[in-house]
Design a protein around this ligand. Structure first.
Ligand SMILES: CC(C)(COP(=O)(O)OP(=O)(O)OC[C@H]1O[C@@H](n2cnc3c(N)ncnc32)[C@H](O)[C@@H]1O)[C@@H](O)C(=O)NCCC(=O)NCCS
Ligand SMILES: Nc1ncnc2c1ncn2[C@@H]1O[C@H](COP(=O)(O)OP(=O)(O)OP(=O)(O)O)[C@@H](O)[C@H]1O
Length: 198
């Protein structure tokens, strides 16, 4: 069974993934893969530097994430250009990893954490899609605190994604992460039981 896990930025996908991994699931994390393709030596980083200029790199050749984030999250055209460079490689790597995990351990639950699952039209890869939900205001508050962003910067990042209410409507299953961690843990336990994995 392969489950797609998504939600909005800072809605708690990593928090829920970690709880599922604790219960015994295996995880493919699109954010980790997205970081790997932006490491020095990777052709995707080279293409991004060619497109956006050397200013997105530190002198040692590593990506200045804050700089690139500043450029793309306030310019939809630049964001689309970046997506066109990064997404094919990220998508391919996600598929390779989830299918090889499935071959290795066909009975174990595989969770694929993808922030942009709906935006990228990846629904058909999964048996079921779980959305980790919090209301928009809470998303903004948690994002501002975690990434030390201004309200304006946080809103720009949210606006680069599909609205969380729309994602909630598309979900097969919803985990509400707007309460405390214990409340989320309780829901993860119910979800796990429902899959018959206990
Ligand atoms: C622009 C970059 C350098 C900003 O890095 P930064 O460290 O500030 O953010 P980080 O990578 O941790 O992403 C945090 C969250 O931002 C959101 N986000 C990231 N990229 C995008 C995007 N292209 N479109 C919409 N939301 C995005 C996601 O919810 C993600 O979980 C980085 O996000 C990047 O390389 N993005 C392109 C690759 C990509 O699309 N990744 C997204 C998921 S696969
Ligand atoms: N139930 C909760 N109560 C309070 N804070 C929480 C809760 N769940 C998550 N957080 C905090 O909110 C922030 C966002 O959570 P998390 O990193 O899991 O979100 P995410 O969806 O994986 O984010 P991203 O889209 O950026 O990858 C973190 O700082 C986390 O510690």
């Amino acid at each position: 069974m392969i489950i797609g896990l998504t939600g909005g930025i800072a809605s708690g996908k990593s928090t829920v993934s970690a709880l599922l991994v604790n219960k015994g699931a295996r995880l493919v994390d699109a954010d980790v893969i997205a970081r790997e393709v932006m490491l020095p030596g990777h052709e995707v980083l080279a293409a991004a530097a060619k497109q956006f200029g050397k200013e997105i790199l530190f002198p040692d050749g590593t990506l200045n994430r804050a700089k690139l984030g500043e450029i793309v999250f306030q310019d939809p055209v630049a964001l689309q250009t970046l997506n066109n460079l990064t997404h094919p490689a990220i998508r391919q790597e996600i598929k390779d990893r989830m299918y090889s995990m499935e071959q290795e351990e066909p009975k174990r639950l595989i969770i694929v954490d993808i922030p942009l699952l709906f935006e990228s039209g990846l629904e058909t890869l999964f048996h079921e899609i779980v959305v980790v939900y919090v209301p928009r205001e809470m998303q903004i508050a948690r994002l501002m605190e975690r990434n030390r962003l201004s309200l304006e910067e946080a809103e720009a990042r949210l606006n680069a994604q599909m609205d969380i209410e729309q994602k909630r409507n598309k979900a097969d299953y919803i985990i509400d992460n707007s309460g405390d961690l214990a409340y989320t843990e309780q829901q993860v336990a119910v979800f796990w039981d429902r899959l018959g994995l206990s």
